[in-house]
Write a protein that binds this ligand. Structure first.
Ligand SMILES: [Cu+2]
Length: 112
C-alpha cells in the first residue's frame, strides 16, 4: 500500500510539470498547426520555419491586449515560445511585412 501511494504521487508530479506542446509550421504564405485545440495552462509553442523567407509568430487572445511572440526566424530555423494560456480563442499570425494579409494566420482554441 505504501509503494502504491509513492507511485501515484510520482505520476502526478510528472504530469503537472510537463507543458503542452504544439508546433506551428510556416510556409509562404500559411501556418499549419500540429493541433488547433489546447488545454489551459502552460504550453510551449514551436515555430518551425520550413519556408524560404523569414517569419515570426504572434499570439493574442481575442479580446485581450497582450501580444506574445517569437523573434523573426530564418528559413530552416526554429523558435520556442513558452506561454501560460487561459481559456479563449487566440489569433496567431506572422507580423513580417504583409504576411498576415497573405494568409499567415490561424486560430487556436484553448479549453478550460
Ligand atoms: Cu511570415
Amino acid at each position: 500500500m505504501k509503494t502504491l501511494a509513492v507511485i501515484l504521487v510520482g505520476t502526478f508530479a510528472l504530469g503537472g510539470a510537463a507543458p503542452a506542446r504544439m508546433q506551428v509550421v510556416a510556409h509562404e504564405f500559411s501556418f499549419s498547426l500540429s493541433r488547433t485545440h489546447l488545454r489551459a495552462g502552460s504550453a510551449v509553442i514551436e515555430l518551425a520555419n520550413f519556408g524560404q523567407d523569414p517569419h515570426d509568430l504572434r499570439l493574442q487572445r481575442i479580446g485581450a491586449r497582450h501580444i506574445a511572440g517569437t523573434s523573426v526566424v530564418a528559413p530552416g530555423s526554429r523558435a520556442e515560445l513558452a506561454v501560460k494560456l487561459v481559456p479563449g480563442r487566440y489569433s496567431l499570425w506572422c507580423s513580417v511585412a504583409d504576411h498576415r494579409a497573405r494568409g499567415m494566420r490561424a486560430t487556436l482554441i484553448v479549453r478550460p
